[in-house]
Design a protein around this ligand. Structure first.
Ligand code: F6R
Length: 611
């Protein structure tokens, strides 16, 4: 949440920062701003998307060799020019951008107000900046020292980057709980919330750790720990291509990412699953197989779509590995006092690897002795680094705010783990094991088949786009998919949508069914199929409109439903990899039909680095 980018070197800073902000806009898009330093510090900021800022700066002289930029997801104070970052210090000489939340900003603000400071915005960021400058002027010999002193008092999460008019050759950055990557060029450095603004210029990056501070000059990167000792930057090579973060001819990132799912699942299986040899090889599992086999309990932790992947994994692990499983919302888990016993394994699920609630939940569990296994997409992210073992999902960068290919890749990894572990534990016969891995290998091609239904789903979206509410129903392995379908639709189209286990309808929600309420059944052929048919009849009897995702050739459901979208037949355990795709398309095309910005839905942002 909030994207920050900065540059120092020999090139013009503004175009680099602007492009960086466009790439980071998925993290927040309430307002954007840039501070440029060319002898004097100039700050430009604007409510709205980065394009508004860009438009307001046409024709301006924006010459500068260093600068900082920000695209905001509002926490303290409404989206406005005034609350946009960068903020300027009382003397006018410092500018700062911030991603995160300063939890104890209120008492510090009071103290500063008592000293006579007058604030220009409602933000916690401005309070931290004023606090830093107050220390800089009164108690410190350098800005670096002032930042260090100030941060000792701060509770919360942050990445900050400061620009100082008195020292145009230096940027100062610090992090705790929010991500920061520094790209190393030739006599230049690029700082950003993730690697996407950097990849075009250099593949050599340093991921900054919590409590580290970076003093960045064009030709030097000094890293320090909170004790003011220098530490050696650990340089990593980015394994990412520029094309992966561009739209590649698609109208939206979301559509591109939905269509990338055959490749995402294939990449996730590649090098791991060998259907001919009948093997699954996963370094993170192989190394800890005994520990996983002995696990007394598996606890899956995540948020949002990643939590839905965890819920599906609960069904799968219980079935294939016969191990007790719990699924936890990270935001609840972190504040409860959960009982963690020796032998508990926590599987953390996160696309970004930066979700604040998930990160802290894991830190707490790790401190209580749990073993943390990460299922993460973003390489080098905080959760990936905190995990003691893990398996990357290899979905490639996901830029659309609504998660699509990251979800299918997450569940693919979870299937691989469950099948491998179930077989190793002796819970799966060799035949069943070989059948499942054979079926898994067919999934990429089957998803390609499902994608051919896109025009039909678009027509359906057009027909139902004005509905006020939607219900999504499923049972068994398709229940988490019903929840995911509802989440996608509300995120992208702003239509109120609820997901339920179909059998729960008669315990309350059926009261909502009235003439033509669209009810989406996730109804691929499985052990619940007959029951689901009865549930669909109950909806029809009350004049609801039944839209069903079915297995091909399911004539029974075709007769009941008003609309059907067929997906290829698959083992019932793996069917969610197919049944979720039409629901993603439904959300996308409904948002599109309503004229909404599907890649940047209102109030949302990707990578939720605030709790
Ligand atoms: C929904 C969505 C969110 C994320 C959630 C967790 O489309 O994208 O619900 O799944 O914020 O994010 P990660 O997986 O990055 O931890």
């Amino acid at each position: 949440m909030c994207g920050i980018v900065a540059y120092i070197g020999n090139q013009e800073a503004y175009p680099i920062i602007l492009k960086g902000l466009q790439r980071l806009e998925y993290r927040g898009y309430d307002s954007a701003g840039v501070a440029l330093l060319d002898q004097k510090l100039t700050i430009y900021k604007k409510k709205g998307k980065v394009a508004e800022l860009e438009g307001s700066l046409i024709g301006k002289n924006l010459h500068a060799k260093s600068g900082i930029g920000h695209t905001r997801w509002a926490t303290h104070g409404e989206p406005s020019d005034r609350n946009a970052h960068p903020h300027r210090s009382p003397s006018g000489k410092l500018a700062m951008v911030h991603n995160g939340i300063i939890e104890n900003f209120a008492p510090i603000k009071k103290e500063l107000q008592n000293k006579g400071y007058v604030f220009q915005s409602d933000t916690d960021t401005e309070v931290l900046l004023y606090f830093i400058e107050d220390i800089y002027h009164n108690d410190a010999t350098s800005l670096e020292e002032a930042v260090r002193i100030a941060l000792k008092r701060i509770i919360g999460a942050y990445v900050i980057i400061l620009l100082d008019e008195a020292h145009p050759d230096t940027l100062i950055a610090a992090r705790k709980g929010s991500p920061l990557v520094i790209g190393i060029g030739k006599n230049e450095h690029f700082l950003a919330s993730d690697a996407s603004p950097i990849i075009e210029y250099t593949k050599e990056v340093v991921y900054i750790n919590d409590y580290e501070m970076a003093i960045v000059k064009p030709d030097e990167l000094i890293l320090k720990n909170p004790g003011n000792e220098r530490i050696t930057p650990f340089i990593t090579k980015l394994d990412m291509e520029l094309a992966a973060i561009e739209k590649g001819g698609y109208e939206h990132f979301m559509l591109k990412e939905i269509f990338e799912q055959p490749t995402a699942v294939f990449d996730c299986l590649r090098g791991r699953l060998d259907a001919k040899a009948g093997t699954i090889r996963m370094g993170g599992i192989d190394k800890h197989l005994e520990l996983l086999k002995e696990a007394k309990r598996i606890i899956l932790v995540g948020c949002g779509t990643s939590w839905h992947a965890g819920l599906l994994a609960e069904y799968v692990f219980e079935e294939l590995c016969r191990v007790p499983v719990e699924v936890e919302y990270a935001s609840e888990f972190r504040y409860r006092n959960p009982v963690i016993n020796p032998g508990d394994v926590i599987i953390a699920i996160s696309q970004s690897g930066e979700t604040a609630d998930t990160l802290v939940a894991l830190e707490n569990a790790k401190n209580q002795g749990a073993f943390i296994f990460g299922v993460v997409n973003v390489v080098g992210s905080s959760i990936a680094r905190l995990s003691q073992a893990g398996a990357y999902t290899h979905a490639g960068p996901e830029i659309g705010v609504a998660s699509t290919k990251a979800f299918t890749a997450q569940i693919t990894v979870l299937y691989l783990i469950a099948i491998k572990l179930g077989y190793a534990k002796g819970c799966l016969s060799r035949d069943r094991y070989l059948h499942l891995i054979g079926e898994l290998a067919l999934v990429p091609d089957k998803i390609s088949e499902v994608l051919k239904s896109a025009p039909a789903v678009a027509a359906l979206a057009e027909k139902y786009k004005d509905a006020r509410d939607f219900l999504f129903l499923g049972r068994g392995y398709n229940f988490p998919i019903a929840l995911e379908g509802a989440l996608k639709l509300k995120e992208i189209s702003y239509i109120h949508a609820e997901g339920y286990p179909a059998a729960e309808m008669k315990h309350g929600p059926i009261a909502l069914v009235e003439d033509s309420l669209p009810v989406v059944f996730v109804a691929t052929k499985d052990s619940y199929h007959d029951k689901l048919i009865s549930n669909a009849q109950e909806i029809k009897a009350r004049k609801g409109s039944v839209i069903a995702v079915i297995s091909e050739n399911d004539t029974v459901f075709q007769d009941i439903a008003d609309e059907t979208i067929a997906v290829p037949a698959a083992d019932e355990i793996l069917a969610p990899l197919l049944s979720v795709v039409p629901l993603q398309l439904l959300a996308y095309y409904t948002g599109l039909a309503k004229g909404l910005d599907v890649d940047k839905p209102r109030n949302l942002a990707k990578s939720v680095t605030v709790e």
